[in-house]
Ligand binder design. Structure first.
Ligand SMILES: [Zn+2]
Ligand SMILES: [Zn+2]
Length: 861
C-alpha cells in the first residue's frame, strides 16, 4: 500500500504541481487499510460518540449529504486530534417507503435496489474522505438488524406499550398506505412523500404508547439542544392544564360524557354539549326520530379532512341527536348535538359548549337558537351585545354562577374543580395534543411485526427465539392497498405460541422510524449476535455526545428516539433517559437561484463532477465556506475557484521553503489561478505593517500562527467552519508575505506552515496529509496532537483604538500596548479627522478607556 502511495505522490521535485487527483484516493485507501479511524472499545482515552443522521439509500449522494457530513467530520477529526477516542459511524436507513417506491418505479425488487444503492453510496461516501468507522456500519433492512427491531417491539408489547386499536387513519390513495400523523403535511393535508391529499380509513392498527411519556418528553434538563427544536417538541406534546368534567346522560347504561376544559369556571354557562360525530356514545344516545339525520351527518363528516373541519372560516353546522345531558353544576337539562368541528382524536372527543365565552360556540348557538348565558365578566361590567365575551381580564369575576357568583375567575377555576371532585363528577386534569405513535404499515419493505393471531388466543407475541421473522423475497410488492404479505401462504402460516394451533401471522410491517429510534444503540456493538446490543459497550459509548442532522426531524425521529430511550430505561434495558446530549442542525444548501435544489428546477450541483474536477478537499472546504453551517446558503459555483486557489497557495507555501517561484494549480478546465487570489485579508494595509526587521517579521508571523490556533479550534468546536476557513486563509496570506520578506527557511516559517497544516487537517484531510508527508513528517497528520496556542505569543503587540469625537467614530489609532495615555491623547488630537471637528478650538476634555477607545469632547456651542 505505501509503495503505491509513494509512486502516486512522487516525493521528488522541489514543489510539484498541485494536483489533488494524484494523491487523494491513495490516501483514503491507506487510511482505510490501516483502520486509522477505527473506534476501539475499551480505549483508555475519554470516549466521544459523534453521530450524524444516517441517510435513506436514495441511490445517489447529493451535495446536501456532503454538506451534512463534512461539518461533523471536521469536529470528529478535531476531537480525535485533541486526544479523545472518537466514534463516528455511518449506516443506512434502508427500510421504508422511499426504497420501496423507487423499486416500484424501476421494477426492481426492493432488496436488490437497496443493496445496489447502498453499494453506490458507500463508494460516494468514501470519496468525501470522512473518518467514518465502516466496521460499525448498520443497515436496517438486514435481518441481523431487524431481528432486534422485532425484539424491541416484543419488549414494548410485553410491557403494554405496544397495543392494537381500531382507529380512523390517514390514508394516501396514491401510495396506498396508512400515514402517521407526522407524515401528513400542509393545510390541505397531503402525503409527505407524494403530495396527494389524504383520506380517512378505519383499520386495526398497532400503536406505541408515546403518550405515557408525554410529561417526561417535556423535560430537556441536561441536554444541549437548539431552542427551536425544544419548542417544536413542546408544542407538539401540547400539554394544557384544566379539569375533566362528567355530564350524566338520560339514557340507561350509557356512561356520563367526559369533557376536558381549561376553563372549568365557566361550567355554569354550559348550555349544550357537542360530540364528535365519531364519538362512541352517539349511536346509543341518538333517539329514533333523529337517527336518519344523525347517520347522514356522520357519513358526511367522515369524508372530510381535519383541517376542513377545523377551519375558522367554515360554517359551523351540526345536528341535534335527540338526547340530553345534565349540567353537573346547574342540574339543568342541556341538549346534545354532534358537529364536525369537534374531532375524535383530540381530548375526549366531546365539549361542553359555553356560547357566551367561545366564539365558535356562540356562532353555533346563534344559528340553532340555543341559550347563551354570560357567567364571567369584568368586575362591575356588563355583558357585550351580540357577541361572546372572550377578552378575559385580570379583574373578571363570576356572575350567574350560584354560590361562586362574585368570585374572581382565577380563584373559581380551583374552587369549582374541587367541588366537582367532591361530587365525583370530575377533577383536575391535564390534556395533551400528542397522540400515540401509529407504527403499522400495510407495505412490504419493513420489519414484519412479530405477532401471530390465534382464533382462540387472539394476538400473541412470537417467542424471541423464533426471531427474526424474515421478510420473504418472493412476493408481489406492487401496492394494492393491502400488504403483499397477505397473499404469501408460506409467510402467513404460523402456530399459536399459547396452544400450538394453526395461527395467522401479522402482515403489517413497522414504520421505518422504529428502525431509527434505536440505531444509535446498535453502533455500539454492531456485530453482536445474541443480543440487540452488548450492555457493557452501550455503557461505554452512550449517550451520543453530539448528534447532527436536519431540523426537519424535530418532532419525528428526534421525538421517537427519546421515547424509545425512556421506555427502554423504564424496562431496565438502559441506564440513561436521553439518547443525544447535544444536537446541532445544519442549514440547507440552496441552488444558485436561491431555491431548494431539485432535479425539476435543474439547479442541482453534482458532487461527483465537482470532485472529479477540483478534488474532495476543495469541495469540502467550499461547502463549509458558503456560510454559517447552521444556516446553509445558495450555491455559487464561481466561489469554488477561490477556495481552490487558497489550497494552491497552501500547497505552494508549504513546498517552497527554499524560495523561488510558487507552484500553481493546473487543473484541466479551470482557469490558471492567480496566487494573489481574492481571499479575505490578502493585500491591503496589513501587508505594509509586515515591513520591519527580520526579528519583528518573525515575531509577527508567530503571533499570526498562535492567534490562528486558538481561533480556528474555537470555531471548529462552535460549528463556525466558514470563519475558521477565513482565519486559515489569513494565516496563509501572512505566511506568503513572510516568504516574500525572505523568511522562508526560518524556524518561525516552518512552525507556521506545520501549524497551518494541522489546523487544516480536519477540514481538508488529503492535502494536509500529502503536504505533511512531503515536508518529511511521519504518517499520519491525523495522528498528531492538536496544536496548543501560546497565549503570550498570540497577544498582539499593538492595539487598534477607535477615536471618537463627541461619541461618534471619526478615526482609528494603531499604538503599541505600552503607549502612555498622554501620548495617545497627543496622537488623537493630532488626527486630521479630529482636527476638522475641533476647528481650531481646544477640546473640553479627552476621555480614554485604556485599550478600548479615546473620546474627544468638543467645547460645543
Ligand atoms: Zn403519498
Ligand atoms: Zn392459541
Amino acid at each position: 500500500m505505501s509503495t503505491a502511495i509513494e509512486a502516486r505522490t512522487g516525493r521528488a521535485g522541489p514543489a510539484g504541481r498541485f494536483d489533488p487527483a494524484s494523491y487523494e484516493a491513495g490516501w483514503r485507501e491507506r487510511w482505510e487499510a490501516d483502520g486509522l479511524y477505527r473506534a476501539d472499545d475499551g480505549d483508555p482515552r475519554d470516549k466521544h460518540y459523534l453521530l450524524t443522521m444516517y441517510p435513506y439509500p436514495s441511490g445517489d449522494l447529493h451535495i446536501g449529504h456532503w454538506y451534512a457530513a463534512t461539518g461533523p467530520d471536521i469536529v470528529a477529526r478535531t476531537r480525535r486530534m485533541q486526544g479523545l477516542n472518537v466514534m463516528f459511524p455511518m449506516g443506512f436507513d434502508s427500510f421504508g417507503l422511499p426504497a420501496e417506491n423507487a423499486a416500484i418505479d424501476r421494477n426492481i425488487h426492493p432488496a436488490i435496489w437497496t443493496a445496489d444503492s447502498i453499494g453506490r453510496m458507500r463508494t460516494q461516501f468514501r470519496t468525501m474522505g470522512c473518518m467514518f468507522d465502516w466496521d460499525r456500519e448498520v443497515v436496517t433492512s438486514d435481518p441481523s438488524y431487524y431481528r432486534w427491531t422485532q425484539w424491541l417491539f416484543l419488549q414494548l408489547f410485553n410491557a403494554g406499550l405496544a397495543y392494537r386499536a381500531m382507529a380512523p387513519v390517514d390514508w394516501c390513495p396514491k401510495d396506498q398506505v396508512v400515514l402517521a400523523r407526522e407524515q401528513v403535511e400542509g393545510a390541505d393535508r397531503h402525503c409527505w412523500r407524494c403530495g396527494t391529499p389524504v383520506v380517512k380509513r378505519d383499520l386495526e392498527q398497532w400503536f406505541f404508547r408515546v403518550t405515557s411519556y408525554a410529561d417526561e418528553l417535556l423535560g430537556f434538563d441536561g441536554i444541549d439542544w437548539p431552542e427551536p427544536i425544544r419548542l417544536m417538541q413542546t408544542n407538539w406534546i401540547g400539554r394544557s392544564e384544566g379539569a375533566e368534567i362528567e355530564f350524566p346522560v338520560e339514557a340507561d347504561g350509557v356512561d356520563p360524557i367526559r369533557v376536558f376544559t381549561t376553563r372549568p369556571d365557566t361550567v355554569f354557562g354550559a348550555t349544550f354539549m357537542v360530540l364528535a360525530p365519531e364519538h362512541p356514545a352517539v349511536a346509543a344516545l341518538t333517539t329514533a326520530g333523529r337517527k336518519a339525520d344523525v347517520e347522514a351527518y356522520v357519513a358526511t363528516a367522515r369524508r372530510e379532512t381535519e383541517i376542513e373541519r377545523m377551519s375558522a372560516e367554515r360554517d359551523k353546522n351540526g345536528v341535534f341527536i335527540g338526547a340530553h345531558a345534565l349540567n353537573p353544576m346547574t342540574q339543568e337539562r342541556i341538549p346534545i348535538w354532534i358537529a364536525d368541528y369537534v374531532l375524535p382524536g383530540y381530548g375526549t372527543g366531546a365539549i361542553m359548549s359555553v356560547p357566551a365565552h367561545d366564539e365558535r360556540d356562540y356562532a353555533f348557538a346563534e344559528r340553532y337558537d340555543l341559550p347563551i348565558r354570560y357567567v364571567v365578566l369584568p368586575r362591575g361590567g356588563s355583558a357585550p351585545d351580540g357577541e361572546a365575551f372572550v377578552a378575559h381580564t385580570d379583574d373578571e369575576v363570576l356572575v350567574d354562577s350560584g354560590e361562586f357568583t362574585g368570585m374572581p375567575a382565577a380563584e373559581a377555576i380551583g374552587a369549582i374543580t374541587r367541588q366537582l371532585a367532591d361530587l365525583g363528577l370530575g377533577g383536575p386534569a391535564v390534556s395533551y395534543k400528542i397522540r400515540d405513535w401509529l407504527v403499522s404499515r400495510q407495505r412490504y419493505w419493513g420489519a414484519p411485526i412479530p405477532i401471530v393471531y390465534c382464533d382462540e388466543h387472539g394476538a400473541q407475541p412470537v417467542p424471541e427465539e423464533q426471531l427474526p421473522i424474515l421478510l420473504p423475497e418472493d412476493v408481489d410488492f406492487a401496492p394494492t392497498g393491502v400488504s403483499p404479505l397477505q397473499s404469501h401462504a408460506g409467510f402467513l402460516s404460523a402456530s399459536c405460541p399459547a396452544c400450538g394451533a394453526a395461527a395467522r401471522r401479522e402482515t403489517d410491517t413497522m414504520d421505518t422510524f422504529v428502525d431509527s429510534a434505536w440505531y444509535f444503540l446498535r453502533y455500539c456493538s454492531p456485530h453482536e449476535e445474541e443480543r440487540a446490543w452488548d450492555p457493557e459497550k452501550v455503557r461505554e459509548w452512550m449517550p451520543v455526545d453530539l448528534y447532527t442532522g436536519g431540523a426537519e426531524h424535530a418532532v419525528l425521529h428526534l421525538m421517537y428516539a427519546r421515547f424509545m430511550t425512556k421506555a427502554l430505561r423504564a424496562l431496565g434495558h438502559l441506564s440513561f433517559g436521553e439518547p443525544f446530549l447535544a444536537l446541532r442542525n445544519q442549514g440547507q444548501i440552496l441552488g444558485a437561484d436561491h431555491q431548494r435544489m431539485s432535479k425539476s428546477r435543474g439547479n442541482v450541483a453534482n458532487p461527483d463532477e465537482l470532485v472529479a474536477r477540483y478534488g474532495s478537499d476543495t469541495v469540502r472546504l467550499f461547502l463549509m465556506f458558503i456560510g454559517p453551517w447552521d444556516q446553509g446558503g445558495p450555491w455559487n459555483p464561481t466561489g469554488i475557484d477561490g477556495v481552490h486557489r487558497f489550497l494552491a497557495r497552501v500547497w505552494g507555501a508549504a513546498l517552497a521553503e527554499g524560495g523561488g517561484e510558487l507552484p500553481t494549480a493546473d487543473i484541466p478546465g479551470i482557469p490558471q489561478p492567480s496566487l494573489a487570489g481574492e481571499i479575505p485579508g490578502s493585500g491591503g494595509p496589513s501587508a505594509d505593517r509586515m515591513l520591519g526587521t527580520a526579528e519583528e517579521l518573525s515575531r509577527a508571523l508567530r503571533r499570526a500562527t498562535h492567534v490562528a490556533i486558538s481561533e480556528v479550534g474555537d470555531d471548529y468546536a462552535g460549528f463556525r467552519f466558514n470563519t475558521a476557513i477565513a482565519k486559515m486563509m489569513e494565516l496563509t496570506n501572512a505566511i506568503v508575505r513572510a516568504r516574500e520578506s525572505g523568511l522562508a527557511g526560518t524556524d518561525a516559517y516552518a512552525e507556521s506552515i506545520d501549524t497551518l497544516l494541522l489546523l487544516l487537517a480536519p477540514a481538508a484531510p488529503h492535502i494536509s496529509e500529502e503536504l505533511w508527508a512531503r515536508r518529511g513528517h511521519g504518517y499520519s497528520i491525523h495522528q498528531q496532537p492538536w496544536p496548543v496556542a501560546d497565549p503570550e505569543l498570540a497577544q498582539s503587540e499593538t492595539v487598534e483604538l477607535p477615536v471618537q469625537v463627541d461619541g461618534k467614530l471619526r478615526d482609528r489609532l494603531v499604538v503599541t500596548r505600552d503607549t502612555p495615555p498622554e501620548e495617545i491623547e497627543r496622537l488623537a488630537l493630532a488626527s486630521e479627522h479630529v482636527q476638522r471637528y475641533l476647528a481650531g478650538r481646544a477640546p473640553r476634555r479627552v476621555v480614554q478607556i485604556p485599550g478600548r477607545l479615546v473620546n474627544v469632547v468638543t467645547p460645543g456651542e
